[in-house]
Ligand binder design. Sequence first.
Ligand code: ZN
Length: 149
Amino acid sequence: MSRRKPAPRRRTPAPAPAVTAGSPCPCGLDASYGACCGRFHAGTGATAPTAELLMRSRYSAFVVGDAAYLLRTWAPEARPATLDLDPGTRWTGLEIRATTDGTAFHQRGTVTFRAGYVQDGEPGVLDEHSRFVRHDGAWVYVDGDFPED
Ligand SMILES: [Zn+2]
């Protein structure tokens, strides 16, 4: 996902439940955050082994507000200089709809997903077809198409 902070900024952030290592992972897999996307966010060397798991971990990074992870898993040529996450957006769910390649045997991959959110009290969905490549052996996000934009 590449959505950046839209204007106008909400004055009071939407309440979001705190995610801890023992929480169900925001990405929707049947695992705790600490054992799933959290181990990639920790920056201790673990990297997502597939494009889909990178996509899931980036979604979870939006949920927990880990902009640093989003930036370091962005392809260098496409990475923004800074990333301000919108405190008025609360992500509510991720559905992986399709993938191509993106496994241990590939250098490229795509993930098509739908992410739900509530922004300033209004529910919405983000549909994106994202492209991923390997950079120094690790999967990184390149960019995406937004069919409903
Ligand atoms: Zn996860």
